[in-house]
Ligand binder design. Structure first.
Ligand code: BES
Ligand code: MN
Ligand code: ZN
Length: 507
């Protein structure tokens, strides 16, 4: 992993589109727009755009791409690519992020060397510029295979974002937003790389080594606690899950402490770091189990968000906590019916060893509180039930109070991490009654993602807390025009941008 290496910056250009020197100039195009919606473009391609629009070869449906040579000698770009943006009313930063990503992937397929992307869309130019930089950067991700015969992937093109063609000037603010998008996109890609990595290479120890290197490289203070320290802290839930594996667990702790930052608020980020989830003794079916190598996507999101938070100089204190272990069915593994004692002192009857994420997060949330967190957010590939409820497009959002959940939702929305609120009514917790412990770790099939959230809530000490269930959104099963199959990097940008929100401190 290229720790410390940052790819070349994305340039910003002002001035007329004709002056842009590039192998490919990409211009977003919306449905039902007149041919002169972007002045000069149709003439530069000798009317080819108007022809493609009227013949319906190009309809401007989302991610449609129409390429044609630039023939006007007064233009410096060699080729024009118009990319369909759908309805003009949908020209949001999120749509532009996806358009930029689709354009980036297409430019790589065509082995373009220098490319430019013209900003179009609604709202604040800075928001658009950042989203486009994020999208272009997301398209630079290389899945990194272990195929021995493959040639190395084509290097991504050098990008310029054209902001000035309609009298909009790339002032310092826009340049800064492009750089910000670059960092957030890169940190998302680092998280994708970690989540794609197989369980045999990314053991808890290796996960901790890589995650701490990429965070420390950005100036984050990192502690990696070993089994002895975890035992001293009394983390019986994390240790319980780890018992089935011959790989020892790790607890990653990240601190962002900007000089002069106020003592509070302290944002506490907690991520599930199961490097492989077999289910343990309550073993999962073989079909599709290979996917469970990404059960540490939440933990990767926290580590990579910490890197972004430091690189972007977030003004507040942030702590990150990532409990990491395998969930394996070894001879010393925990068994259904076993009782575990959490670091917070509460006892748990393990009904199903496959409900392991909530166990390790229980101890993780407790530890974030010990480190002074005033506002908690946890991210976890926690339940199949959340995938049933919301599918693969939307993460589940749980928590309390609703103002804090709304803040997370607003930021997530802005960053393209779609999330939707789910209830955490206390009555659901009745499903987790135990005869012999404080509560069980499962509540049956009904409302499975909600009972999981209520389990976590027992460890939040009444602090403002939001839980993101990313079981459906962490991994793309199908290729989309803007996203290849595999890890998506969900939640990295949301967690990082949260460190720039004004957090209300309750006394
Ligand atoms: N890591 C899984 C959840 C998961 C399922 C993530 C599918 C991504 C895709 C989690 O540890 C798990 O196994 N949850 C169980 C809980 C059940 C035993 C109460 C589940 O969802 O089946
Ligand atoms: Mn599980
Ligand atoms: Zn799991």
């Amino acid at each position: 992993m290229p720790v410390g290496t940052t790819s070349a910056p994305i340039a910003c250009a002002s001035g007329p589109l004709a002056a842009l020197d590039a192998d490919l100039l990409v211009v977003p195009w919306f449905e039902d727009e007149p041919t002169d919606a972007v002045p000069g473009v149709d003439a530069a391609v000798a009317g080819e755009l108007a022809r493609a629009l009227s013949s319906k070869e190009f309809r401007a449906a989302p991610y449609d791409l129409f390429l044609t040579p630039v023939v006007d000698g007064g233009w410096r770009a060699r080729r024009l690519g118009v990319i369909g943006g759908g309805r003009r009313a949908d020209a949001t930063p999120d749509r532009l992020r996806k358009l930029a990503s689709a354009a980036g992937l297409a430019a790589r397929r065509k082995r373009v060397g220098r490319a430019a992307f013209a900003i179009r869309g609604d709202g604040d130019l800075g928001n658009l510029a950042q989203a486009i930089a994020e999208g272009l950067t997301l398209a630079e991700f290389d899945g990194g295979t272990y195929k021995t015969g493959d040639p190395p992937p084509a290097p991504p093109p050098a990008w310029t974002i054209a902001v000035g063609w309609s009298n909009r000037q790339p002032d310092d603010r826009i340049v800064a937003r492009v750089a910000r998008g670059r960092v957030l996109g890169e940190c998302s890609n680092l998280a994708r790389g970690l989540a794609n990595e197989p369980g045999n290479t990314l053991t808890p120890r290796e996960f901790a080594a890589r995650a701490s290197a990429l965070a420390a490289d950005a100036g984050v203070r990192v502690d990696v606690l070993d089994e002895a320290r975890i035992t001293e802290l009394g983390m019986g839930l994390l240790l319980g899950v780890a018992r089935g594996s011959s790989e020892p667990p790790r607890l990653m702790v990240f601190h962002h402490e900007p000089p002069g930052a106020p003592q509070t608020p302290v944002l506490g980020l907690v991520g599930k770091g199961i490097t492989f989830d077999t289910g343990g003794i309550s073993i999962k079916p073989a079909d599709g189990m290979e996917r469970m190598k990404d059960d540490m996507a939440g933990g990767a999101a926290v580590a990579c968000a910490m890197r972004a938070i430091a690189l972007l100089n977030a003004p507040i204190r942030v702590v990150g906590v990532v409990p990491a272990t395998e969930n394996m069915p070894g001879g010393r593994a925990i068994k259904p019916g076993d009782i575990l004692r959490s670091a917070a002192g509460k006892t748990v009857e393990v009904i199903n060893t496959d409900a392991e994420g909530r166990l390790i997060l229980g101890d993780g949330l407790w530890y974030a509180r010990q480190l002074g967190a005033t506002h908690l957010v946890d991210v976890a590939t926690l339940t199949g039930a959340c995938v049933v409820a919301l599918g693969k497009i939307t993460s589940g959002l749980f928590g309390t109070p609703s103002e804090w959940v709304d803040t997370v939702r607003r930021v997530a929305d802005r960053e393209g991490d779609r999330a939707w609120p789910m209830p955490v009514f206390e009555e659901y917790f009745d499903q987790m009654k135990s005869e012999i412990a404080d509560f069980t770790n499962t509540g049956g099939r009904a409302a499975g993602s909600i009972t999981a959230a209520l389990f976590l809530k027992q460890f939040t000490g009444g602090l403002p807390w939001t839980h993101m269930d990313i079981a459906g959104t962490a991994w793309a099963d199908e290729e989309r025009p803007f996203m290849p199959k595999g890890a998506t990097g969900v939640a990295v940008r949301t967690l990082a941008e949260l460190a720039f929100e004004p957090l209300e401190v309750r006394s």
